[in-house]
Design a protein around this ligand. Structure first.
Ligand SMILES: [Zn+2]
Length: 215
């Protein structure tokens, strides 16, 4: 049985989730790194001495990825992202990661495994959908077992989509990605910011798409 916990994060951090199934534990996003100690403590509590098998980055933005290097080294966990996200992270690009918005430097990260299509980490299998528009490297992950959607900053609950006006953003691509997401079979929506939707995730996604159509 697959289980999802939300990890405590600092005020400018993305949502950070820990997925557990059997002996496998995978973290989705890593926060900005500005509050690494808060994240680390909560993660230690949730892991209860077990190991963290992987960290998947939904995209390259600093609030999601700045903590990746520290946490992956601290917990000896492999890092995964889209090829585009990995390229931007390897360069530590302050513009495309948006680290300049936080007045912070993005430390280059070299050891990221590039993933497309599907990803199996231990007992957890993901479908990976490329969903650019908010950021070039944004992927949406769906757990094969219970169709949980982790979409980073693609859509949010209560009417919202990721910003398309940041460097690397593209409104037409965002519209296309959100439209595509309406075709997916999903049971729960875990966005990169704000609340989770467990009852009617497709409704939240339809609201997000109708907002985009009116722009
Ligand atoms: Zn973002």
């Amino acid at each position: 049985m697959l289980h999802v916990d939300q990890i405590s994060a600092g005020p400018v951090d993305s949502n950070i989730f820990l997925i557990t199934r059997g002996n496998t534990r995978v973290m989705i996003d890593a926060g900005s790194g500005l509050y690494n100690k808060i994240v680390e403590k909560d993660l230690i509590d949730l892991l209860r001495g077990e190991s963290l098998n992987g960290i998947i980055l939904t995209h390259e933005h600093f609030d999601h990825s700045g903590g990746a290097k520290y946490l992956s080294e601290k917990f000896n966990a492999s890092l995964f992202s889209s090829p585009e996200c990995a390229r931007i992270m390897r360069e530590g690009d302050p513009t495309l990661t948006g680290s300049f918005l936080f007045g912070a430097d993005m430390e280059p990260v070299s050891n990221i495994t590039e993933v497309e299509g599907t990803l199996d980490i231990g007992e957890i299998s993901f479908e990976i959908h490329s969903t650019p528009g908010h950021a070039p490297g944004l992927i949406s992950l769906i757990t094969v077992e219970n169709r949980h959607l982790f979409c980073g900053d693609l859509v949010f609950c209560d009417g919202g989509v990721g910003r398309w006006d940041l460097p690397g953003g593209d409104l037409d691509l965002l519209r296309r990605s959100v439209k595509e997401s309406l075709e997916w079979d999903v049971s729960t929506l875990y966005p990169g910011h704000g609340r989770i939707e467990t009852k009617d995730p497709k409704k939240e996604m339809r609201i997000a798409f109708s907002m985009l159509q009116s722009i």
